[in-house]
Write a protein that binds this ligand. Structure first.
Ligand code: SAM
Ligand code: SF4
Length: 441
């Protein structure tokens, strides 16, 4: 009987991890692996981890503990840990879970052949968490989850050292991928009939700062906008301190760039922003929003925000509520501040009690729900262009979902298979999170 190589991979965290997993699967398929969603059918288990918040890390350690039993029952199973938690914890993972076979950091994600061969054939434990001198995916195979929308990491790492965040320690300093490498990847995607590209970086606005040629994010967007076949260009994340007027002009000018900007505010209090080392104050943030809205019609703005940063008083939290009421974001990703040992905020006094953090979170979520509901209600009766991405998960016959350029999810029914098509939908009903409509023929 031939020994089949079967991979189970679980990805935690951000879109960059999702894209890293696409590269991992692509390389492993070339080495003869097939993938399964049933962990018990696999003989290679990979956890692509995140450690931005402590809760996720605890969850991953608990999953590693459960896999121990599986390995005891089947010694052929190989267990690997990669992603940000691997970089942060390094050998500690072997100490806590000696049955883990290999560990590698995000910068080693294009090195799967060497990693797997060492573990499988040399029967050795493997750890590699070194940063590589440049960021490239040239000639690295990947298996994309979607045939419609493609993630593209244009840079990795971060130089900003927000005081709460582990990313600069886990993903290393900013490194941009070369313009020609990105352009050739997107040209191939256009030939493969992809409709949307989603550019990824921790701070896309500083794209190119580390490249010798005079590459900027605006110039990259302009070049990508000329690639025929790609209908939509999205990107995340923009740091408010680097969101330039030049970029606003580029978004306005380039017809393929979607009308959606994700601009994390993190807090509405200037005092807290300073303690977070965000390098902007709340007036600067609000002025940036004003400039964006004055210059780009029909632009959706979403944000990330945190409650319970050390020293956040009731008044600071009220500042966040006031900023939310004034700005009216289309959507917000809300987080409870989580102490991360590498990040310097963990050394700050006045940690906010968990119960207070939870109460603030719910107040903010309730407010944002009202705002999103109000914004979406205004769209009822409008005809919007939707890129159809999925068949309904709820198994309702003929139900599809897609997104508008402003990143709103739209659900509608059609007897025709419209996956990957741009269609017009008349909105008839809305909720804070979803629009429901009828297809316009
Ligand atoms: N680079 C992006 C930026 O600067 O906005 C964000 C990357 S971070 C992985 C995603 C979000 O996680 C952040 O915007 C922040 O709101 C949240 N986050 C980061 N560190 C956190 C922490 N220690 N506790 C809670 N939320 C955190
Ligand atoms: Fe973390 Fe700040 Fe860098 Fe974003 S910009 S990844 S929040 S350090």
């Amino acid at each position: 009987m031939t020994y089949k190589s079967i991979l189970f991979i679980k990805t935690f965290g951000c879109q960059m991890n999702v894209n890293d997993s696409e590269y991992i699967i692509g390389q492993l398929e070339q080495l003869g692996y097939s993938t399964t969603e049933d962990i018990f059918k696999s003989n290679l288990i990979l956890l692509n981890t995140c450690c931005v918040r402590a809760k996720v890390e605890q969850k991953i350690y608990s999953l590693i503990g459960k896999i121990k039993k599986m390995k005891e029952n089947n010694p052929n199973v190989i267990l690997g840990i990669c992603g940000c938690m691997a970089q942060k914890e390094k050998e500690n993972i072997f100490e806590r879970a000696p049955y883990v076979d290999f560990i590698f950091s995000p910068s080693q994600v294009n090195n799967l052949e060497e990693i797997i061969n060492t573990v499988k054939y040399d029967n050795k434990k493997y750890i590699s968490c070194d940063n590589t001198p440049e960021f490239s995916f040239n000639h690295i195979p990947l298996k994309r989850e979607s045939k419609i929308s493609a993630w593209i990491q244009i840079m990795r790492g971060c130089n900003n050292y927000c005081s709460y965040c582990v990313v600069p320690y886990t993903r290393g300093p900013e490194q941009s991928r070369g313009v020609s490498e990105i352009m050739s990847e997107v040209n191939i995607l256009a030939k493969d009939k992809y409709k949307e590209i989603f550019l990824l970086g921790q701070n896309v606005n500083s794209y190119g700062n580390d490249l010798s040629q005079s590459a900027t994010f605006s110039k990259l967007l302009e070049s990508l906008n000329n690639i025929n076949g790609i209908e939509r260009i999205r990107f995340t994340t923009s740091h408010p301190k680097d969101f330039s007027f030049d970029l606003i002009k580029t978004i306005k000018k380039c017809n393929r760039i979607c009308n959606h900007i994700h601009l994390p505010i993190q807090s509405g209090s200037t005092k807290i922003l300073k303690m977070m080392n965000r390098k902007y104050d709340i007036n600067y943030y609000k002025n940036t929003i004003k400039e964006i809205r004055n210059n780009i019609d029909n632009i959706a703005i979403t944000t990330d925000v945190m409650v319970g940063f050390p020293g956040e008083t009731e008044e600071d939290f009220m500042d966040t509520l006031r900023a939310f009421k004034e700005i009216e974001f289309d959507e917000a990703y809300t987080f409870i501040y989580s102490n991360r040992e590498n990040a310097i905020a963990s050394l700050l006094p006045d940690q906010v009690p968990l119960q207070v953090k939870k109460e603030r979170l719910w107040k903010l979520i309730d407010l944002q729900k009202e705002i999103s509901a109000k914004i979406n209600k205004k769209l009822e009766g409008e005809i919007l262009e939707v890129l159809v991405e999925k068949k309904s998960k709820k198994h309702i016959e003929n139900q599809f979902s897609g997104r508008t350029g402003t990143n709103k999810t739209v659900v509608f029914t059609s007897k025709q298979d419209l996956l990957g098509k741009l269609v017009k939908v008349k909105i008839i009903k809305s909720s804070p999170w979803t629009l429901y409509g009828e297809l316009i023929y």
